[in-house]
Ligand binder design. Structure first.
Ligand code: AMP
Length: 252
C-alpha cells in the first residue's frame, strides 16, 4: 500500500511527530502484538510512540510500569534492581505484566517495549498469547532495532523525557525547541536515573548476556523484521511501518 507522506501525521526529517492517533489506519484489520527489541537506546520508546499515533493501540513498557510503581513496597523492590542496571526477576516481571495484557484495550493489538528481555519471558509471552487467542493473525510481530555501540552512549546520555506527557527528546539528535522544556506542555525535562554512565554500562552488559540470545530465539517463532535504528528517526519510522504492514498483510 502507498503511505501518506510522513508530514501528514506531523513528521518530517529530524522532527518529532505530533502524537495524534490516526483513526483511518486504526480501522484496518487488527495488528496483533508488536514486540520491539533492541539494546537500551536503540530507539524503542520513540518508535513505540509513533506506532501508537498511527495504529491507536496501547504501548506497554515494563520499564514505565515499574517506574510508575515508585512509592509502593513493590516499587521499592523493583527500583533496587533498576538502579543497579540489573534485570528484574522473570517471575516478577511476568506477574506484573499479565493483567495489563489481559486489558480490553489490548484486543486489537499492543506494543511491547522492553518486554520480553529473556528467553523465559519470551516463552511465557508466546504461551500466554496463544492461550488467550491474542497472538494476532500472523503471530506476534517483532521489530528488532539495531544500532552500533558507538552511537549508543550518546543516545542514552543525551536522553531527556517529559515527566508530564512522556515525550522523549535527545540533547544531541532531537533537542526540544526551548532547552530543557517539553515542546508540548512546557514541563521541565528530566533525565532517567538509570541513564547515568555507570548504570548504562551495567545495562549494556545485562543486554549482551541475557537479551541478545533472545533475538535468534524469536527470529524463528515470530514475524521478524530487523531494522537499522541509527538512520534519521523519520526513516526508521517508515521502515517500521512497512514491516508492520508486511506482517499484517501476511506477505511474510
Ligand atoms: P527500560 O525503561 O526498558 O530501559 O527498563 C528500565 C529497567 O527496568 C531495566 O534496566 C530493568 O532493570 C527493568 N526492566 C524493564 N523491563 C524488564 C524486563 N522485561 N525484564 C527485567 N527487567 C526489566
Amino acid at each position: 500500500m502507498a503511505w501518506p507522506p510522513l508530514a501528514a501525521f506531523g513528521m518530517g526529517p529530524f522532527l518529532e511527530p505530533m502524537i495524534v492517533p490516526d483513526t483511518d489506519s486504526a480501522a484496518g484489520p487488527p495488528l496483533g502484538p508488536v514486540i520491539l527489541l533492541g539494546v537500551p537506546g536503540a530507539g524503542k520508546g520513540t518508535q513505540a510512540q509513533r506506532i501508537v499515533a498511527r495504529y491507536a493501540i496501547p504501548q506497554i513498557s515494563t520499564g514505565d510500569i515499574f517506574r510508575a510503581a515508585a512509592g509502593t513496597a513493590q516499587g521499592r523492590q523493583l527500583a533496587a534492581y533498576m538502579e543497579r542496571g540489573e534485570l528484574v526477576p522473570d517471575e516478577l516481571v511476568c506477574a506484573i505484566i499479565a493483567p495489563r495484557l489481559a486489558g480490553p484495550d489490548c484486543r486489537r493489538g499492543f506494543i511491547l517495549d522492553g518486554f520480553p528481555r529473556t528467553i523465559p519471558q519470551a516463552d511465557w509471552l508466546l504461551d500466554f498469547l496463544a492461550c488467550r487467542g491474542l497472538a494476532g493473525p500472523r503471530g506476534p510481530i517483532v521489530v528488532y532495532l539495531t544500532v552500533g555501540y558507538n552511537d549508543l552512549y550518546r543516545r542514552l546520555a543525551g536522553r531527556r523525557t517529559c515527566p508530564a506527557c512522556g515525550r522523549i527528546y535527545n540533547d544531541f539528535s532531537q533537542p526540544p525547541q526551548r532547552p530543557g522544556l517539553c515542546d508540548l506542555d512546557g514541563s521541565a525535562l528530566v533525565q532517567r536515573r538509570d541513564d547515568d554512565p555507570e548504570v548504562i554500562r551495567e545495562r549494556l552488559i545485562s543486554y549482551e548476556e541475557r537479551t541478545l540470545p533472545l533475538i535468534e530465539h524469536l527470529r524463528r517463532r515470530t514475524c521478524f523484521h530487523q531494522i537499522y535504528g541509527a538512520d534519521p528517526v523519520a526513516r526508521v519510522t517508515e521502515n517500521v511501518f512497512w514491516a508492520l504492514e508486511t506482517c499484517r498483510d501476511g506477505a511474510r
